[in-house]
Design a protein around this ligand. Structure first.
Ligand code: LCS
Length: 408
């Protein structure tokens, strides 16, 4: 079925499915490393690109193609390339689009390893980078240099939840002859479509919302144009960070319920964020759906929802954070996010531990910041778990909380 003009939920369920001889309703797992040619001429034609068809699973596989086509349609891109991990996607994009002597400007609060890969490794090959708070576009404009080839933003960012104006960033990048890449992991294509806003490339850690079930690590890159898609795919084929067919099948399976999961988790998060903001032990809350978020209005304009990621700081700092994390029962104390289960983590000692402390603090990732990935469980159960965990800090156990009246 051609799903290109269908709605988002129809695309989620049907886009990219490969028909087979048996009428299988989902694309089966083509668990094969290689594909036999009918004859030598066919082999030569496939390598020459004269004839469509599969050659070798590192180069392409029907189960992976099904996922790639689905996500390309969801993001309104020309084509997608699936990777073994989100970092596989980030590294492929850096290597495909940057050369020695080039410069990249990026969001200061990007996922730690996306910055670490650039500052510790790409720098060895002569690629320069500047990290600024891209939520203020003046910082971005000022950081552009004559050799800036890439603007790489994460919006909302992990875990500072800062939001960058994608359309304006695209204008700044394009005016300087640079490309705009957006890490759309935190929003998912259900809530934000960076290519429609002017970005050239969008990438995801599909480990998070796209797969949504905490059972797979994976990544995907979607390019707006055929030329960019070919450039990224050529790099992936040589780099070898490809997604395998079993992994692709699992992600395609998880993806079908993306909208349902994202909407349900957001419903919970939109109630938990104000509850946390009103809690006496909480210093501040960063949730893009709260009017107190500095880019709340921008998020409302460029996204179709606020998602389910909440960062908050406890008045008692790191010590209080430890108490909360050691006392949650329902929420899992684990890194990662975007799954059906609620997870809680401490970025300063976990996902962003590799960053220099000054850079980390400058990017708004304070020592006491706690990150909550709200799941799809019953709201009352998540709230009562947080209530009892926060109750272990000091005397807060005595605090009456009318919002929790009636909870177990
Ligand atoms: N981009 C973002 C925004 C991420 O949050 C992550 C992983 C990646 C890229 C890399 O993806 P991966 O290779 O792990 O699939 N973020 C993680 C996090 O916050 N906790 O654990 C992983």
């Amino acid at each position: 079925m051609d799903t290109r003009n269908k709605g988002f939920n129809t695309k989620l369920v049907h886009a990219g499915i490969r028909e087979d001889a048996h009428g299988s309703v989902v694309t089966p797992i083509y668990q094969t490393s290689t594909f036999a040619f009918r004859n030598a001429q066919q082999g030569a034609n496939r390598f020459a690109g004269i004839e469509d068809g599969y050659i070798y699973t590192r180069i392409g596989n029907p189960t992976t193609s099904a996922l790639e086509e689905n996500v390309a349609q969801l993001e309104n891109g020309f084509g997608a390339t699936a990777m073994a991990s989100g970092m596989g996607a980030v590294s492929t994009v850096y290597l495909a689009l940057l050369s020695g002597g080039d410069h990249m400007v990026s969001t200061d609060s990007v996922y730690g390893p996306s910055r670490g890969l650039m500052e510790k490794h790409m720098s060895r090959f002569g690629v320069e980078s500047t990290y600024v708070d891209t939520s203020d576009l003046e910082n971005l404009a000022k950081a552009m240099k004559v050799n800036t080839k890439l603007v790489y933003i994460e919006s909302p960012s992990n875990p500072a939840m800062s939001v960058t104006d994608i359309a304006a960033a695209a204008e700044i990048a394009h005016a300087a002859g640079a490309l705009l890449v957006v890490d759309n992991t935190f929003a998912s294509p259900h809530l934000q479509k960076p290519l429609d806003l002017g970005a050239d490339v969008v990438l995801h850690s599909v480990t998070k919302f796209i797969n949504g079930h905490a059972d797979i690590v994976g990544g995907i890159v979607v390019a707006k144009t055929e030329a960019l898609h070919k450039q990224i795919r050529a790099m992936l084929i040589n780099l070898g960070a490809n997604m395998d067919p079993h992994q692709s099948y699992m992600v395609s399976r998880g993806l079908k319920t993306l909208a349902l999961r994202v909407e349900r988790a957001e419903e919970n998060a939109s109630r938990i964020a104000p509850w946390l903001e009103a809690h006496p032990q909480v210093a501040w809350v960063r949730y893009i759906g709260l009017p107190s978020h500095p880019q709340h209005e921008l998020a409302r304009r460029q996204m179709t929802g606020f998602g389910s990621m909440i960062s908050f700081e406890l008045k008692g700092g790191m010590d209080a954070g430890r108490v909360v994390m050691d006392n949650v029962h329902l929420a899992g104390l684990a890194v990662s996010l975007g799954g059906v289960e609620t997870l809680i983590s401490h970025p300063a000692s976990m996902t962003h531990a590799g960053m220099a402390r000054e850079s980390r603090l400058a990017a708004g990732i304070t020592d006491g910041l706690v990150r909550l990935s709200v799941g799809i469980e019953d709201l009352d159960d998540i709230l009562s778990d947080l209530h009892q965990a926060l109750g272990h800090i000091g005397q807060v156990q005595q605090v009456e909380d009318p919002q929790l009246a009636g909870l177990p």
